[in-house]
Design a protein around this ligand. Structure first.
Ligand code: BGP
Length: 490
């Protein structure tokens, strides 16, 4: 039986710079993402930052590190370039229509991120931007109208550009204060209406927010930046619990399934070590302390210790997460001789890949859910899962996306088995992304995930018209039966 427990949260997930647009409206400040060019294949500057001296820097992609940034250098806008975050798919002006469509599918939760620079355009000023706050007031009111619970990501792979350039992003302890001030503003304003909060998105993958976050690409600076994010998150949890009794906090982790490439003991051991690059983040934030193996992780990155004060330790202990949330798209394999933290090098002969080469592995999701729940014993929340594909829309914008239905049917079934058969406590599932939006890793529009098609191409041409795909009604049926329909044959 695939039916899920009563009260299970069903919904979709989005991120502001991929979805919202309105980059120069309502007093919003600039983000590093605003300087990323589009990812269309014919663009020679394919999804990069342009520096004033002509240097090209790459934004982070899921499993590779970004290039280091020359001190204080600011990327530039070029007249002949298209920058996808500026318009994205214009949730800024379509939020009512989009939320109504999601409600029609039966969502009872909607995950979105608040754009930090919409609230604090620079990040270090004292007064928030009222217009920015108002925009999210309206979004939340719209969700309430449709009985949807907001699930808010406070910081989705971004920060105001000014903080990145002036202070070196999270490598600077001062940014913790800026983040906590931002959180306090959000809790004051939205606290009575919002119960579920995520302090960061994919904190184990962003590592200081790419090119504009830290000035070094690996090593101690990066781990110190992560430590500052851990403290910032814990402070937000403590403050949130005080200001909003009953609120629940998670942080979101990128969690692919990870296999040893063979059953060779050395490959298996490498798997343990590589997995610790995930546990390092989850353990510290969900259990509230650095596990002894942290030292071996640091050693592999070339240093022995971090600046962790006694006060930091107290804060981590007090500010433990209430639940663990994660994204799951694929699995990876690792073997002894793979470079440190470069998993995914070997292919898996047992799995098929998406058009973007991501192995499709539903059982891996069930395994990850068990693995996290066994270890942390706090509720989990799947806050991203979905399939990026090339959709062929007909003249009306309709897409027969059977491949997406197949992907979701298998992953949702695996999730239901983890909950019903294995006893995993899971609060909900928010699919990435219910509506087509700009891809984070490639900057393309062509890599589509949605139940809803958006008429727009990689260069931003199109009417932005929203059209339901075949998967829209399929998902509606799954939700209205609370998962029971997963047992039906496709
Ligand atoms: C996660 C991010 C999302 C989202 C998703 C899909 O890493 O949290 O922002 O984009 O992956 O990835 P992509 O857009 O690269 O296909």
């Amino acid at each position: 039986m695939k039916q899920l427990p009563e009260g299970f949260l069903w919904g979709g997930a989005t991120a502001d710079f991929q979805y919202e647009g309105g980059f120069n409206e309502g007093g919003r400040g600039l983000l590093s993402h605003d300087f990323e060019t589009d990812g269309s294949m014919e663009n020679p500057r394919h999804h990069t930052f342009q520096m004033p001296d002509g240097t090209i820097l790459k934004p982070r992609s899921s499993f590779s590190y970004a290039d280091p940034v020359p001190n204080e250098a600011k990327p530039v806008f070029l007249d002949d370039e298209y920058y996808p975050s500026h318009q994205a798919v214009d949730f800024y002006h379509h939020y009512k229509e989009d939320i109504a469509l999601m409600a029609e599918m039966g969502f009872n939760v909607f995950r979105f991120s608040i754009c930090w620079s919409r609230i604090y355009p620079l990040g270090d000023e004292e007064t928030p931007n009222e217009e920015g706050l108002k925009f999210y007031d309206e979004v939340i009111s719209e969700l309430e109208k449709h009985h949807m619970e907001p699930l808010i990501t406070i910081c989705h792979d971004e920060m105001p550009m000014h903080l990145a350039l002036k202070y070196g992003g999270w490598s600077n302890r001062f940014v913790i204060d800026c983040y906590v001030k931002y959180c306090k503003t959000l809790f004051e304003r939205y606290g009575k209406r919002c119960k579920y909060w995520l302090t960061f998105n994919e904190i184990n993958a962003v590592r200081g927010f790419g090119p504009c976050g830290t000035k070094e690409s690996d090593g101690k600076v990066r781990y110190q930046a992560d430590h500052h994010m851990f403290v910032a998150s814990a402070k937000a949890v403590i403050l949130g619990h005080q200001m909003m009794p009953g609120s629940m906090f998670g942080t979101m982790y990128a969690m692919s399934e990870l296999y040893p490439a063979t059953c060779k003991p050395e490959d298996m051991f490498k798997r343990l070590q590589a997995r610790r690059e995930n546990w390092y983040f989850i353990d510290t934030m969900a259990r509230g302390y650095y596990h002894p193996y942290a030292k071996s992780v640091w050693k592999h990155h070339g240093f022995d210790s971090l600046e962790i004060t006694e006060e930091d330790k107290e804060i981590l202990k007090e500010g433990q997460l209430d639940f663990v949330s994660f994204s799951y798209y694929r699995s990876n394999t690792v073997k002894k001789d793979d470079p440190w933290f470069n998993v995914g090098g070997s292919s898996n002969p047992y799995l098929e890949n998406t058009p973007w080469g991501w192995p499709v592995d539903p059982l891996g999701l069930r395994h990850c859910m068990n693995e996290i729940y066994d270890r942390i014993q706090k509720p989990i929340f799947i806050v991203e899962n979905g399939m990026g594909a090339i959709d062929q829309a007909d003249e009306n914008g309709y897409v027969e996306d059977d491949y997406r239905i197949d992907y979701l049917q298998k992953h949702l079934s695996a999730m239901a088995d983890a909950i019903n058969e294995d006893g995993v406590g899971c609060l909900g599932y928010t699919m990435w992304a219910p509506i087509d939006l700009v891809s984070l890793s490639t900057g393309e529009m062509k890599k589509r995930y949605g139940f809803i098609y958006v008429d727009m191409d990689d260069k931003g041409n199109g009417t932005l018209k929203r059209t339901k795909k075949k998967s829209f009604n399929w998902m509606k049926h799954i939700i209205e039966t609370n998962g029971k329909a997963l047992d039906e044959k496709l």
